[in-house]
Every structure is written in structure tokens, then in C-alpha cells.
Design a protein around this ligand. Structure first.
Ligand code: SF4
Length: 373
């Protein structure tokens, strides 16, 4: 008989190996989503991807997600795509500083296996990927909020972008795009001017499947950012994502197709030899964009942080992780609502920030830095 740890190691390895382009093992469709036009498109794509287990549920509650252990529940959720109707609370755009004026959610959840995942602790329950079938309702938020906004709108640095909409707050939209088409729909509509001239969509991704995006009529109204990291961090902690050279090649393809592009360098960690590791990353990024005409490249810099809730969830999902999440090595940062975040101590932050300021100016002078956090 195999031990639980043997089973969990095996299943994690299989999940990670299978998920560079993710194919869910099963698709659940809630009763309210059945019959919607976008559901039909999602199911067509899932069948084309080889998914044979498609279940039409008789209610709107997702069932069958419990496993005998946390690890089993995790594995089950990460191999399931649910097609659901976004509730009214998810349809109301919310400000999302410092990235954008508003957040638009095409989905909630992500099939990858990052051991520091930003979603841990902010989305409750098993980490299932829920894609929204009422796409018209979701995208309507762009139309209703264009021309309003207080995060980037009106600022000296980014006011020229128009009203900004972040599409990757609660998902990696490119990681599931081959199964949904939701991202392409948003990009094309904005590009054709359906929401006016002064709108910019933005998303960030750790995937590379951009072939279906490069020919879209994007109209320069979408910024595609690629989440990148030092090789040591990416290789160790970012399971089920595209490898770094593939992400940088995808960034180049998007830039050559006239998209505005970006690097989200995150989460930055002061691993041993971090200056050399991040220096190599910046050099690789510079090589990836060399010679691209009319390049519009931004950089966002985000250091690693965690909350008590995200730490608890991540330690359940990845009990043997080597990710440092030790409150004693961190500084506490309180939000205005009283929540606690653990960030690197001030001297570590100052050292890293100074280094990135200098080295970005030197190694990637074409890039415009948007923020450091
Ligand atoms: Fe989480 Fe982003 Fe990794 Fe997906 S790609 S598992 S959302 S950190």
C-alpha cells in the first residue's frame, strides 16, 4: 500500500507535468450556465481539447469537490473547470490599486501550482477554476465604467492610458483562454472601440499561448504583461506554468503584433545571489524585446508578501514547500482595514528597490517603471 505522501507527490508531479497547456480532467456546468451562448463555446473548446467528462449539474452548487485529504481536494479542484454564472457581486467593477482603475473578472481561480499563489487566502474553498458564462454581463462593466476611475485616471504618470481595467486579478486569463475565448472577446471589443477610445485593458500571465491573440483587432487598447522571475524562483515555485524563455518569447510575439506589453516582476525574493539572478532575468528580457519597432514596455515590481490566511492555505496545499513564510523574518504592514501583511524588512526592501532602479535604467532603458510594492 502506498503512503499518502507518496500519492500526493505523484499526483502533484502529474498535475504539473500535464498543465503547461491545461486540460481539465472534468468540466462541471451549473444549471444557470447551461444554455448560455458562451457556455456552448466553452464546451466546444473543451471537447476540442479532449475533455470527455462534462457534467451538467441539476443545481448551481458545485459538488463532488471533497477529497479524503487536503491534498486530494486540492488535486481534484485543480483538475476541474466549472462553468458558472457570475453573481451580481462579481459583476460590479472594483478599484484595484496600484494596477488599474477597475477590476473585471472573466474567471476566478487558476489551474497552475505556484507555491506563493496570490489567490490563496483571498478565494475561499478548494482552488477550482470557475469561468463565467454570462460574458455579456461581465464585459458590460467595461462600458459602464469607461470614463470613470480614480486609481490611474487623472495621474500624471498614467492618466494618458484612459480608464484602465485589470483582467487578471483573480485568475490567469491566458492560462484558460484556449478553453474559454473570454480574453479574446474582451480584447477585440475594446480594440474595435465598443467601449470608446479612452479605455485600456490589462492582464498579466505566466503562460505563453498567445497565437490566438496576435491577430486580434486589439487597437493598442490592451497591455499584455508577462509575469517573470529569476530562474531559481520560477523553477522552484511556479508549477504548471510556461517556462521563462517561453513567456519572454510570447511577450516578443505580442509586442511585434503591436500590443502594449509589460513585465510583472513578481514576487521578487532576496534569494541567495539575487542580484545576479535578477540581472540575468533583465538581460534576457532586454534580449527578448531587442529590435521590436514602436515598443511600449512597462515594468511592475512586486516583492513577496503573505498574510496569516494565505500562509495557512499555502501550507495546506504545499506542506513541503521551501518558500520562506516566516513572520519573524518579516515586517508587519497593516492595511487601512486592519489586515496584516508580512513584507520584507525596510532595509531589505530599500536595498532591492535601489538595485532594481539602477539596473533597470542600465539594462532595460526602454522600460517605464509603473510601481514598486
Ligand atoms: Fe496563482 Fe498566478 Fe500561479 Fe495561477 S499563475 S497559481 S493565479 S500565482
Amino acid at each position: 500500500m502506498r503512503s499518502t505522501s507518496e500519492i500526493s507527490t505523484e499526483s502533484t508531479t502529474a498535475l504539473v507535468a500535464a498543465s503547461r497547456t491545461w486540460t481539465p480532467k472534468r468540466v462541471l456546468v451549473t444549471r444557470s450556465a447551461v444554455g448560455l451562448p458562451h457556455t456552448a463555446e466553452i464546451l466546444r473548446r473543451c471537447q476540442a481539447a479532449g475533455v470527455s467528462d462534462i457534467q451538467l449539474l441539476t443545481g448551481d452548487r458545485l459538488t463532488g469537490l471533497r477529497g479524503e485529504s487536503e491534498r486530494q481536494a486540492y488535486a481534484l479542484a485543480k483538475s476541474t473547470l466549472a462553468v458558472v454564472v457570475a453573481p451580481p457581486s462579481a459583476l460590479k467593477p472594483q478599484p484595484i490599486p496600484p494596477s488599474a482603475d477597475w477590476r473585471i473578472d472573466l474567471a476566478r481561480g487558476c489551474p497552475a501550482h505556484c507555491q506563493y499563489c496570490y489567490l490563496a487566502g483571498s478565494l475561499g474553498g478548494p482552488p477550482i477554476t470557475r469561468v463565467y458564462a454570462n460574458l455579456e454581463d461581465v464585459l458590460a462593466g467595461i462600458g459602464s465604467h469607461a470614463g470613470r476611475g480614480t486609481v490611474t485616471t487623472g495621474t500624471l504618470e498614467r492618466g494618458h492610458e484612459g480608464t484602465t481595467f485589470e483582467l487578471s486579478c483573480y485568475t490567469d486569463p491566458l492560462g484558460i483562454e484556449h478553453l474559454t475565448g473570454s480574453l479574446a472577446a474582451a480584447i477585440s471589443r475594446a480594440g474595435r472601440g465598443e467601449y470608446g477610445e479612452e479605455v485600456q485593458l490589462r492582464f498579466t500571465t505566466k503562460f505563453d499561448a498567445v497565437a490566438a491573440l496576435v491577430d486580434l483587432p486589439h487597437g493598442g487598447r490592451t497591455r499584455a504583461r508577462f509575469s517573470v522571475n529569476a530562474a531559481e524562483v520560477a523553477d522552484r515555485f511556479e508549477g504548471g506554468t510556461a517556462r521563462m524563455p517561453a513567456r519572454l518569447a510570447a511577450l516578443r510575439s505580442m509586442a511585434e503584433a503591436g500590443y502594449r506589453v509589460g513585465l510583472t516582476i513578481a514576487p521578487i525574493m532576496p534569494v541567495p545571489g539575487w542580484q545576479q539572478a535578477y540581472g540575468e532575468l533583465l538581460d534576457e528580457a532586454a534580449a527578448a524585446v531587442a529590435g521590436v519597432a514602436d515598443l511600449d514596455l512597462t515594468v511592475e515590481l512586486i516583492t513577496h508578501r503573505f498574510t496569516p490566511a494565505s500562509r495557512d492555505v499555502l501550507l495546506q496545499w504545499y506542506p513541503r514547500t521551501r518558500l520562506e513564510m516566516d513572520p519573524d523574518q518579516r515586517s508587519e504592514k497593516r492595511s487601512k482595514f486592519g489586515g496584516v501583511k508580512y513584507v520584507y524588512p525596510r532595509e531589505v526592501m530599500t536595498g532591492m528597490r535601489g538595485w532594481f532602479d539602477t539596473e533597470l535604467a542600465h539594462r532595460l532603458p526602454q522600460a517605464r517603471v509603473l510601481y514598486w510594492t
